[in-house]
Design a protein. Sequence first.
Length: 132
Amino acid sequence: EKFGNITTGTAFEQKIDYAELRQVSSIYSKYDAKYYALTTEFSKTVNSTNGDFNDYFSFTPEIKLGQYLSLKETVSANFAKHIKIAEFYISINPFGNRDIDRWNIEMGTSSIFDQNNALVKNRFKIMTKFKL
């Protein structure tokens, strides 16, 4: 649903991550302005390979640097495992405003912290999204 600059909805994804099949169901809301956007999301993840369940809440501010490039920082919490995740990534949309969700490329880094705020691991991520 879209109400002016505010979008709300649900999403279902299937991912192959580290040789495991994951299914994610989420609800989200997004405020989208000309030069920035703010997104909140709650998601439930099921890893069908090992039966692992996770609940995430995330908040993502985004700064748009023209129609092709944006910078995003996501702060999220995993309630099941008591961890926090901080991500920073660059999002590239080769088609610009002409076709916003046709194809995106995202590259970034993230840090994962335990319940005592000790760094557990760092990771680098490259992700593509495309619409058929």
